[in-house]
Design a protein around this ligand. Structure first.
Ligand code: PXP
Length: 231
């Protein structure tokens, strides 16, 4: 299983003071040194953390880059110019603290997916682990789905088993539809293992927990510790 490290919150800290540091590009290098298989970043419309210049510099690192973006014409143009390895289309609301739920997948995504794929970029759709969204993702020609793990990560211990079972069924269904499967959101050092143990997930995308741990032990070490869990 691959580990994609989301470095958005390094940029969140920088933007609080509009300084040069901490620098998400240096952070990405540290994450890779700690064992990350790739870097994930989300260029939001409000530019609250990652900026365009960051993404161009991240692209120059010789590593797998997953660009999370909303389905807008501007972002499509940007992605076609950048050519990341993977684009993950996410829903985006201005006033949310983080991506709150998965996409409502429909034919409106068709033109984004077809243009990205035509230029050699793999496309993933960030969705809740629901049969309806998986079928729709397959219908619009996505390569991957990224299953939103918030429904598992953010519930009480009593509800975790059924949330995990729902993700397990979703992974199987997605594979039955010929989709490749990533997963992420809300995963941390304590809750990641049962997700790692699910067969069929190719990559986990983890951000907040790693950056929060990095404040105490440094980013390279924080990624190393997650890497030991994500195998
Ligand atoms: N995957 C997607 C699509 C996301 O939007 C996010 C949050 O930026 C993550 C994964 C990572 O979530 P977290 O920061 O909770 O690990």
């Amino acid at each position: 299983m691959r580990l994609g490290v989301n470095i958005d919150h390094i940029a969140t800290l920088r933007q609080v003071r509009l300084e040069q540091d901490p620098d998400p590009v240096k952070a990405a290098k540290e994450a890779l040194a700690g064992g990350a298989d790739g870097i994930v970043c989300h260029l939001r419309e409000d530019r609250r953390h990652i900026q365009e210049q960051d993404v161009y510099q991240l692209r120059r690192l010789k590593t797998r880059l997953d660009l999370e973006m909303a389905a807008t014409s501007w972002m499509l143009k940007f992605a076609l110019k950048l050519k990341p390895d993977l684009v993950t289309i996410v829903p985006e609301k201005r006033h949310e603290l983080t991506t709150e739920g998965g996409l409502e997948v429909g034919l409106q995504l068709d033109r984004y997916i077809s243009q990205l794929k035509a230029s050699g970029i793999l496309v993933s759709l960030f969705i809740d682990p629901e049969a309806k969204q998986i079928k729709a993702a397959s219908l619009v020609g996505a390569d991957f789905v990224e299953l939103h793990t918030g429904s598992y990560a953010n519930v009480s211990a009593a509800k975790k088993k059924s949330a995990l079972d729902q993700i397990k069924r979703a992974v199987q269904l997605a594979m039955d539809f010929g989709l490749q499967v990533n997963a992420g959101h809300g995963l941390d050092y304590n809750n990641v293992k049962p997700i790692v143990n699910l067969a069929g997930i190719e990559e986990l995308n983890i951000g907040f927990a790693i950056i929060a741990r990095a404040v105490k032990v440094g980013l390279r070490q924080a990624v190393k510790e997650m890497r030991r869990l994500v195998k």
